[in-house]
Design a protein around this ligand. Structure first.
Ligand code: ADP
Length: 608
């Protein structure tokens, strides 16, 4: 959080409010005071002027009413001059008395003595003479000083206007006084502002200190530290706020601890899940990926954060936006490289907030390569079985139809047709038996009747049987050690394995071919190998011949009566005896089928 700058702070605002309020108050008081004072002073001034003009009028009236003869006594002009000279006036006064002809009779201004006896043309005097009414004006003179101008009519005993008293008096003193008072006000205002600013700072500090503390505390709380509390300075609104803040701190502490615990639980669940979990935000950017997801995708979860789920799951060609992901559905994603099959199932679900707005996606991924392989094998197996059974049935059907159509009478053909039908039936029975056998082994239903057996003796016995029945053009060579090698085996099953391998070797041997049966004693096991000189098997098919129904040359082996299940059964049986079976071959030169069997330990040999 940024620190609040002084110019944006509440402190400054409070100080400004303080100062503005004080200014406003002073302004109102000041303007009221100065206008009242101005009014009072000017009215005092004018009433003092009025008083003196009244006295002057009185004397002047007397002078105008006096009976005068031309020869004797002073003239009216002299009398008026005398009266004006006697009357007490301010030095600033300019007093002129004119008669009703607007001739100047007297003035108190020595510099204007020359105007005596001359006509005065001032408007205000003319107005008084015209209207017989007093005229008052406040104006500024040529120097800009305020002056009070007053012209008062003079009447004789018969109420006839005889002249005018004209007075100019300076108001400057009053306004100088007022401006001094204003100066005092201004100074007082500055002091008041200074004092209120200091007070404002103190008050603002007192108010903002707890707020600043709460702000600091909020920052600490934001970092997940709920151990500290703010001071409660009083019971006012800020004090109440501090109490509420501390309560909030307690509640947040509680919920934070709860959330932390939930998160820890969730994290431990996610991390310990065997499936991979990837969480993203609403844009599809990865926000969480557990270790198994990283292992499955071959990436470091730390480096994936922020990348789009579509890129991580290599869906960018199919899915452009996360909203296109199958909601609460799943898809198989092929991560195979060359021959290395790797399939991942991804289950998608959306995360929504209380307003049902999508806030993210959860993807759970798991390795389904094996599952898919098994499923694929199952499908292939069903199709193989159907195919394998249909072929002999179709053959039999066509032969039967031919017989029904009359060939049964044909003594040359009918027995051959019936023989083919019998062979096909036998092959089908063999196949169904083999399938049953395999099915039993798959379901672990078969019980091996294991017993201590000298493998060399058992092998001789099987080879003897083959030599009696095998075609003359095949030679069976024995390379067997002259010692007893004991193994813990189900004799019938092992005979079945050897039978199958030797009969294959004979089946695929050419005229005059040699089949070599060999046993080599190794440290803890015996290595049995049966080698022929047949056409061999291509290198890339060496492992496949142990798969169910796999035949290198389908048409040929079928003709030879093979079911394609013999080596698959042999593999199951050898592995059930804790051995291993594999093939080696050189195309055109011959094939060797090898298998191992563990030798019996001394302990078991002694016990048995
Ligand atoms: P089948 O009953 O068809 O012989 P197997 O499971 O015994 O079935 O053998 C599977 C396939 O392996 C055979 O169809 C054949 O193509 C091949 N095969 C097995 N043994 C040999 C061998 N000795 N020489 C060449 N091919 C062989």
């Amino acid at each position: 959080m940024h620190k609040v700058g002084f110019f944006r702070s509440i402190q400054l605002k409070l100080i400004l409010i303080y100062i503005l309020l004080i200014l406003l108050a002073i302004q109102i008081i000041g303007s009221y005071f100065t206008t009242s004072l101005e009014r009072e002073l000017t009215s005092n001034f004018k009433s003092s002027i009025d008083g003196r003009i009244e006295v002057l009028s009185h004397y002047l009236q007397e002078a105008f009413n006096k009976e005068r003869t031309v020869e004797e006594g002073p003239t009216i002009q002299e009398d008026v001059q005398g009266i004006i000279g006697d009357i007490e006036t301010d030095s600033s006064w300019n007093l002129i008395v004119v008669n009703n002809q607007s001739k100047v009779l007297a003035t108190n201004n020595y510099s204007q003595q020359d105007k005596i006896g001359k006509k005065d043309t001032r408007d205000i005097i003319q107005k008084v003479l015209l209207f017989s009414d007093e005229q008052v004006q406040d104006r500024k003179d040529s120097d800009g000083n305020r002056i009070h101008v007053q012209a008062t009519p003079l009447f004789d005993n018969e109420e006839k206007m005889v002249g005018v008293i004209y007075l100019e008096a300076s108001l400057q003193d009053i306004y100088d006084q007022l401006s001094e008072i204003n100066q005092i006000f201004y100074q007082g205002t500055i002091w008041a502002i200074l004092v209120s600013a200091i007070l404002g700072i103190l008050v603002a500090r007192a108010i903002t200190k707890p707020i600043m503390e709460m702000r600091r505390q909020a920052q600490i709380m934001g970092k997940g530290d709920f151990t500290q509390k703010v001071n409660v300075y009083g019971t006012d609104e800020i004090g109440q706020l501090a109490i509420a803040f501390n309560d909030l701190n307690d509640q947040l502490k509680h919920s934070y601890a709860k959330t932390e615990e939930e998160t820890r639980k969730l994290n431990s669940v996610i991390e310990n899940m065997s499936d991979g979990v990837i969480a993203t935000d609403e844009t599809g950017a990865v926000t969480l990926m557990n270790e198994p997801a990283g292992i499955l995708l071959g990436v470091n979860p730390e480096e994936i954060y922020g990348q789009l789920i579509m890129d991580v799951l290599k869906l960018d060609e199919k899915v452009v936006d996360p909203s296109e992901l199958p909601e609460n559905g799943s898809m198989i994603i092929d991560f195979s490289e060359d021959d290395d099959i790797f399939l991942i199932r991804a289950n998608f679900s959306t995360v929504t907030d209380e307003d049902d707005e999508v806030t993210g996606f959860i993807t759970v991924i798991s390795d389904v390569t094996e599952q898919e392989k098994i499923e694929q094998e199952r499908r292939e197996f069903v199709s193989n079985v159907s195919h394998e059974l249909r072929t002999p049935l179709t053959t039999m059907k066509s032969y039967m139809e031919a017989l029904i159509d009359g060939e049964w009478k044909n003594e040359a053909i009918a027995p051959r047709f019936l023989e083919v039908t019998q062979n096909e039936t036998e092959r089908m029975i063999r196949m169904v038996n083999d399938l049953l056998h395999l099915s039993k082994m798959d379901n672990k239903e078969h019980q091996l009747q294991k017993e201590r057996t000298d493998f060399i003796q058992l092998f001789h016995h099987v080879i003897d049987r083959f030599e009696m029945n095998s075609p003359e053009h095949i030679e069976i060579v024995r390379e067997l050690p002259n010692e007893k090698l004991f193994v813990w085996i189900d004799q019938d099953k092992l005979i079945q394995v050897i039978d199958n391998i030797i009969s294959n070797a004979i089946k695929y041997s050419p005229e005059g071919g040699k089949v070599t049966c060999r046993v080599i004693k190794q440290r803890h096991q015996i290595l049995v190998s049966i080698t022929d000189e047949g056409m061999g098997i291509a290198y890339d098919k060496l492992e496949k011949i142990f798969e169910r129904f796999y035949r290198v040359d389908k048409a040929r082996t079928r003709k030879l009566g093979g079911t394609g299940l013999g080596l698959a059964i042999s593999k199951e049986l050898v592995e059930a005896h804790h051995g291993r079976i594999w093939a080696k071959s050189k195309e055109g030169k011959g094939t060797t089928i090898l298998f191992t069997l563990p030798l019996m330990g001394k302990k078991r040999r002694n016990n048995s």
